[in-house]
Design a protein around this ligand. Structure first.
Ligand SMILES: Cc1cc2nc3c(=O)[nH]c(=O)nc-3n(C[C@H](O)[C@H](O)[C@H](O)COP(=O)(O)OP(=O)(O)OC[C@H]3O[C@@H](n4cnc5c(N)ncnc54)[C@H](O)[C@@H]3O)c2cc1C
Length: 384
């Protein structure tokens, strides 16, 4: 690296690291900044399918694999179909994302990509040091996207659930899917005391991604996710298909204040920074929003631990996770009430943290007396 100072070090060239790097790269304010990205892997696979909703066109449109404007929600007592307008539900696959973002960074001589395994970080007075198997690097501003789940496991104050799933990209012998409609959440499957649903994204009339998903504390046996997918498909009369690709994931759902681990010169970003929406596991768009705010913040040259990421929505999420962890078998009923009593678009805006307080009160009043009792109990145990 020579003796020149590194302005920013980004640890982990996955989704949040690349979103941050790209935002810095595109902003002329940082054109003379020297940035180092440290990533241990060659990122060139479809290791994740990233979905999000967005109004109109957006900056990821050239990367999209598909998008939809109609969605369905289903539980044993509620079947809803809704127009997503003005939103579209958008899907991109990571291989194309990585290819474009890595190609862009290679064009800028001020950005250095180091393929190395990070071993540890150390914050000192005005800088942080990143120790890797290829040497150590120091900067006044270090961003870390390497998530350490032990931090969440080694505490009891904030329950940890996971959004965990196995998904199959399937191809059927006949045209059986309606390519216009996604199944956002289908809880009309055996719950067996856990919050379980099917997430279904048709690519065209013969291809689809179908995921068996849980919001629960522990992973289940692989065969149980697979049987869940098979049972769902056979309940729809879909028996003849091939599985072309498999994806698997486990996303932490916790309100642990990960931002408290930030120092003046080290900030945790992406899932590692608590940018995963605890109540849903959605991370991608939230990370993109936080990155935009962060880039403006960095222009002010302030200590990294003064970057604010929390809002009243963290409190709602915390109560929701408290309730869901205690009454995990009732998750489908909580979501059912939300979708029964509110417009799905309001729910999307709520998840995006864009609702008014009045709308939030209305969402809270959607629940049954019994469910409200659970939330009150969670609130009281948080307050006293
Ligand atoms: C299969 C899957 C599907 C998902 N789908 C969605 C979705 O549809 N919508 C949504 O909003 N969110 C989704 N998520 C959640 C979230 O958006 C992703 O997990 C996203 O990748 C989080 O970005 P990140 O930067 O925090 O972590 P990552 O993208 O995992 O980046 C971390 C990077 O750090 C690197 N790294 C790790 N350890 C080291 C080390 N010691 N040294 C150097 N480098 C290291 C890794 O190789 C990786 O590239 C999904 C997650 C998974 C796993």
């Amino acid at each position: 690296m020579g003796n020149k100072e590194i302005d920013f070090i980004i640890c982990g060239g996955g989704i949040s690291g690349l979103l941050l790097l790209n935002a810095l790269n595109k902003d002329s304010f940082f054109k003379d900044h020297r940035i180092v990205l440290i990533e241990k892997e060659t990122k060139n696979t479809n290791d994740r399918t990233l979905c999000f909703w967005e109004q109109n066109s957006g900056s990821f449109d050239s990367l999209l694999y598909n998008k939809w404007s109609i969605a369905q929600f289903s539980s044993d007592e509620l079947k809803l179909e809704f127009d997503l307008s003005p939103y579209n539900y958008k899907m991109l696959r990571s291989k194309k994302f990585y290819a474009q973002y890595y190609a862009e960074l290679k064009k800028n001589k001020n950005i250095t990509l180091i393929k190395a395994e990070i071993k540890s970080f150390k914050s000192e007075d005005n800088s942080s040091i990143v120790h890797t198997d290829k040497g150590s690097f120091i900067s006044k501003f270090v961003f870390n996207s390497i998530f350490n789940p032990k931090i969440l496991y080694n505490q009891k104050k904030y329950p940890l659930l996971q959004q965990h799933f196995i998904g199959w990209f399937i191809n059927t012998t006949k045209a059986v899917f309606d390519p216009e409609k996604i199944l956002f959440m289908d809880f009309d499957i055996p719950q067996n005391d856990l919050t379980r649903f099917i997430y279904f994204l048709p690519i065209d009339s013969q291809n689809a991604l179908v995921e068996y998903t849980l919001f629960s504390e522990h992973l289940i046996n692989k065969v149980d996710y697979e049987n869940g997918i098979r049972d769902f498909l056979s309940s729809k009369g879909i028996l003849n298909y091939t599985i072309n690709e498999v994806e698997q994931g486990s996303i932490p759902m916790s309100c642990f204040p990960l931002e408290k681990l930030n120092t003046t010169s080290l900030m945790h970003i992406g899932t590692a920074g608590g940018w995963t929406k605890a109540s849903t596991g959605f991370t991608f768009m939230n990370t993109n929003r936080q990155v935009s705010r962060l880039v403006e913040f960095l222009k002010k040259d302030k200590p990294l631990n003064t970057f604010k990421t929390i809002s009243r929505y963290r409190f709602y999420d915390m109560l929701f996770i408290d309730v869901l962890s205690k009454h995990n078998g009732q998750g489908s009923k909580l979501f059912e009430r939300m979708f029964l009593k509110n417009s799905p678009l309001t729910i999307f805006r709520f998840i995006d943290e864009e609702t008014t307080f009045i709308e939030e009160l209305k969402i809270m009043s959607s629940f049954t007396f019994k469910q409200i009792g659970w939330f009150l109990k969670a609130l009281l145990s948080r307050l006293f």
